[in-house]
Design a protein around this ligand. Structure first.
Ligand code: A2P
Length: 348
């Protein structure tokens, strides 16, 4: 009794968290199939204490599967997500492959759960840095409207996968030991040049576009408008990779469209907001921190204060586990909501 679930990219940084989130989920689960590349086929992972053998991903992996969570890169999703849907599995895709497709809902349950009703078998999970920002800003938008957002991110290396985590560790150790180290992964695995991340923030995440923005920045701009269903919100972003293993931190400046907002009112709103934990008490030196957010599902928000020069403008600082709320938890949360809304099936 329950769903037959597949995890694609089960050996990866996000995939391993998807397994954990499924273990903790209220979703009724009958079986879990773990899929990865040929390289990992035969590897044994655990699901709820049971040994589970990783299988090579092929189109027929999805026979009898009702829910498939994908996090094995955009190319894998483009090729295999349609195969899964064809075999009547609902796909929640954590890659950027289908996010901007108008026929595909792009969902953060705290913000736009209603969009799930429009799905045709595929739901996209937004970019990690976008998710935590919209969780923090949506309650404010509901109360006072949002005119403009200027965000600077400080993003953990785990967003670039397990190899990037290993690179941060090995390189940091090498620098401390005074040894040479040849970076091979960051800032972007497939790029021409690689740079040191140890003790050195890098203002490049994903590839550069012709306009000088990176693709990560592009995602934050366009995904925010799609999730909030408002093309008029002005959004701009600078995305920076920092030498942190897990949890993204963001400095967000925003302007509300209605009069009357105060920091105290925003704090009261966020205190009650779904998925938000308010950590904002300067007197007691309380503000969100990556090491404290890592391993948790919430988005932590603090440093709420008015712009000293401009009316109706504010700053906040938010932190969330990029592998959980930014990826695995948001995906499993989508699946839980689909189940609760009786939408966990591919419409005929
Ligand atoms: P594998 O371990 O077999 O390489 P990360 O984000 O940590 O780099 O992980 C990427 C995940 O995507 C891994 O589970 C990886 O499996 C999987 N993956 C990468 N390429 C493919 C592919 N062509 N087919 C199936 N899974 C893939």
């Amino acid at each position: 009794n329950g769903y037959h679930v597949a995890v694609v990219g089960a050996t990866g940084a996000v995939g391993t968290r998807m397994i954990q989130m499924l273990e903790q989920s209220t979703l009724p689960i009958a079986s879990v199939k773990l899929l990865a590349s040929k390289r990992s086929a035969g590897k044994v992972l655990q699901f709820k204490g049971q040994d589970t053998v990783v299988e090579e991903l092929v189109p027929d992996s999805f026979k009898g599967i009702e829910l498939a969570l994908f996090s094995a890169g955009g190319g894998v999703s483009k090729k295999f997500a349609p195969e899964a849907v064809k075999r009547r599995a609902v796909v929640v895709d954590n890659t950027s492959a289908f996010r901007m497709d108008p026929a595909v809902p792009l969902v953060v349950p705290e913000v736009n759960e209603a969009a799930l009703a429009q799905h045709h078998g595929l739901i996209a999970n937004p970019n990690c840095s976008t998710i935590q920002m919209v969780v923090a800003l949506e309650p404010i938008r509901k109360a006072f409207g949002l005119k403009k957002i200027v965000v600077t991110t400080m993003q953990a290396v785990s967003g670039a996968g397990n190899r990037a985590i290993q690179e941060l560790r090995d390189e940091t150790q090498a620098v401390l030991d005074g040894q040479d180290y040849e970076p091979q992964v960051l800032p972007v695995a497939g790029a021409q040049k690689h740079y040191q991340i140890a003790f050195n923030p890098l203002a490049q995440i994903d590839v550069f576009e012709e306009d000088g923005y990176t693709h990560e920045e592009w995602k934050m701009i366009h995904e925010t408008k799609k999730i909030m269903a408002d093309q008029n919100i002005q959004v701009t972003a600078t995305c920076v990779r920092v030498p942190v293993a897990v949890a993204h931190s963001e400095s967000v400046w925003f302007e509300v469209s209605q009069k009357g907002a105060t920091a105290a009112k925003l704090r009261a709103i966020l205190q009650k907001a779904p998925g938000v934990v308010l950590e904002d008490d300067p007197e007691n030196q309380i503000f969100p921190q990556a090491v404290q957010a890592a391993g948790k599902k919430a988005t932590f928000v603090g440093r709420i204060r008015p712009d000293q020069e401009q009316a109706d403008a504010f700053h906040l600082y938010c932190v969330a586990d990029n592998l959980l709320k930014g990826a695995a938890w948001n995906s499993v949360q989508i699946a839980e909501r689909l189940h609760a809304l009786n939408l966990l099936r591919v419409p005929k």
